[in-house]
Design a protein around this ligand. Structure first.
Ligand code: HGY
Ligand code: MN
Ligand code: MN
Length: 415
């Protein structure tokens, strides 16, 4: 077994160990700031310390480990991904990038490589935004763009983000200290599963990410009129669920008719639901994505107008809140080229993909050049416990990542 396969096996072992830590009995869930999240983070911290990294938990809750250059004034190259998960998650979405980064640093230490720049490995604490319906809390803090207004956001149990930060030992008045100053960044690199079918269908282990799609997320409330299921005539009903259903199908029709757009309504909730009550209030999420910023903005506007028209026709009152917005991000051309060469040198066909999924690279791109490497996953399945990655594909990605980091050490310049 070659060195890459051995290293890949160790990464999978750690992924499996981390996957045993969950808030739930029968599935993997480690959402921001929970006891299980902290337990998982502590395990990653232990691995970082054992590797000899200068390790710390920052105020927002990221786990960070540094491998220092001999030059105290050196810039910082960040290798990262996230350690929080969605609910009922797969094992690889997030942890793969963090544990492959740890492996790269262990290899640099093993080979006693002189570093012209510091490398900081980060396990971000809230990429998925599942608990507070925010997103990128950890990477925004490191990028210096954390919005203090979200501190009042409450989770389903009514606990605020601020309380969770404090309960876990963070100081909300020190969050700005989590940021890496703009002038100190050299670059950012993230390895992540593709979460789509391209590599699986092409039978290629890795891909270079050229861009990350933009996204808009909205929270929508349809306010109708609750009523008795047996007595209210159909023609005078203000059925919030029927209205939401018409909207949901209209959104699907819209996205099917616009190639560059994907739209998802992943959450609906009927307030005071009962089988013999006409739904009076229904809450929906909307997740809209496109690699084309102008088309994304137009789609968002047109879908909102669709909602207004459907509600008007049904005498339903519409509440519409934009929850999150991120423009499309283009990966750094110099690093993309270095990754293309690294894939080539490793003997694989170069494939470039626009990521439909968001990643922590998005907020970081405001302060640093970013690059991402995708790893094939089984049938492109993700955000699903069936998510799986073959050891040989991790070994391929290790080889490419080693090539990339060696190129970076040689050039030490991304400007
Ligand atoms: O939703 C996303 O794109 C990412 O998986 N958080
Ligand atoms: Mn995800
Ligand atoms: Mn992810």
């Amino acid at each position: 077994m070659n060195n890459f396969s051995e290293r890949a096996e160790k990464i999978v072992q750690r992924i499996n160990e981390l996957a045993c830590i969950s808030e739930e009995e029968k599935c993997i869930t480690r959402t921001y700031g929970t006891k299980s999240f902290v337990e998982g983070r502590t395990k990653v911290a232990q691995w970082m310390k054992e590797a000899g990294l200068e390790t710390r938990v920052d105020h927002i809750g990221n786990i960070r480990g540094r491998l220092l250059s001999a030059d105290p004034d050196a810039k910082i190259f960040v290798i990262a991904s996230h350690i929080d998960t969605i609910i009922n998650a797969g094992k690889f979405d997030g942890p793969l990038g963090v544990l492959m980064g740890l492996d790269s640093l262990e290899e640099l230490i093993r080979s006693k490589t002189e570093l012209p720049f510091h490398i900081e490995l980060i396990g971000f604490c809230d990429e998925e935004g599942c608990r507070f319906h925010t997103a990128y809390l950890g990477s925004k803090a490191v990028a210096g763009s954390f919005d203090h207004a979200v501190l009042d956001t409450k989770d389903a149990a009514g606990i605020s983000l601020e309380e969770v930060i404090r309960m876990n030992g963070g100081d909300v008045n020190q969050l700005s200290k989590d940021a890496i100053a703009g002038e100190d960044w050299l670059g950012y690199f993230e390895i992540h599963i593709e979460q789509g079918p391209v590599l699986y269908e092409k039978n290629i282990p890795v891909a270079v990410v050229s861009a990350i799609a933009g996204q808009c997320r909205a929270g929508i409330v349809f306010n109708g009129e609750a009523g008795h299921a047996g007595t209210v005539p159909m023609n005078i009903r203000k059925d919030a669920l029927a209205c939401a259903a018409e909207f949901i199908l209209a959104v699907e029709r819209f996205a099917n008719a616009h190639e560059s757009i994907v739209a998802t309504i992943g959450k609906t909730h009927i307030i005071h639901a009962a089988s013999n009550v006409i739904p009076g209030e229904v809450i929906c999420s909307l997740d809209l994505r496109s690699a084309d910023d102008a088309k994304l903005a137009l789609a968002y506007k047109e879908i909102k107008e669709m909602a207004e028209a459907i509600c008007g026709k049904r005498s339903i009152i519409l509440e519409w809140n934009l929850v999150q917005q991120a423009k499309p991000v283009h990966c750094d051309e110099k690093m993309v080229d270095m990754l293309r060469q690294s894939v080539n040198t490793a003997g694989y066909e170069v494939v470039e993909i626009v990521s439909g999924a968001g990643h922590d690279a998005v907020p970081v791109s405001a302060v640093s050049p970013v690059a991402m490497l995708f790893v094939r996953c089984f049938k492109g399945i993700s955000h699903n416990p069936a998510e799986d990655v073959e050891v040989k594909d991790i070994a391929a990605a290790i080889q490419v990542s080693d090539n990339f980091i060696q190129q970076l050490i040689k050039t030490n310049n991304l400007s």
